[in-house]
Ligand binder design. Sequence first.
Ligand code: SF4
Length: 185
Amino acid sequence: MTNPNICGQCDSMNRSCCTLRAENNEGLPAPVSEPEIKRILIFLKDKKRELLLDSRNNSPQFIRQMSILFPDMADSVHKIFPVNKTHFDLKTQENTCIFKERNGCLLPNEARPHFCRIYPFWFFDDELQIFEDPNCLALGNCRTIPEVLLSLGTNTEKLKQIHARIYEDWGLSRSIPQERKKVFL
Ligand code: SF4
């Protein structure tokens, strides 16, 4: 949830990425790392973590999707998310993230998970790309990436920093150049 206007409109139609989070989990993984969990707990004054998080299996599909998101990090992805172990995701209630309030996300930007802050963008081979998402109003209204950036009130530089923080918080060091892989839009 980035731009209060477009995301608010999406939300009022009950189709925002925060509302459809549980559904999105089937298609696009958004695990939360320990540093992200720590930031949320600090903001919430150390509320019990089990109230905020769901533990999910590192299913073969999940691991495959994570390997697609981090194409240069396949070995690390398998180490961080071993088969038969689990990862954490934000808890949902009736398909909606528990942090979503009437007026948007309860969490301030600095405590919000990186995947929330970068979505619907991602970088492949350092090139900004957009996930296909028929529910996203910003994508439906815009024709080009610059238009989507403008619509969501962000820019490539900000997104690059978030992307780098994702690597950092998962302990993924990018020593090998990314393989070019256009699996999404
Ligand atoms: S943490 Fe906030 S931005 Fe992320 S899914 Fe939940 S409500 Fe949406």
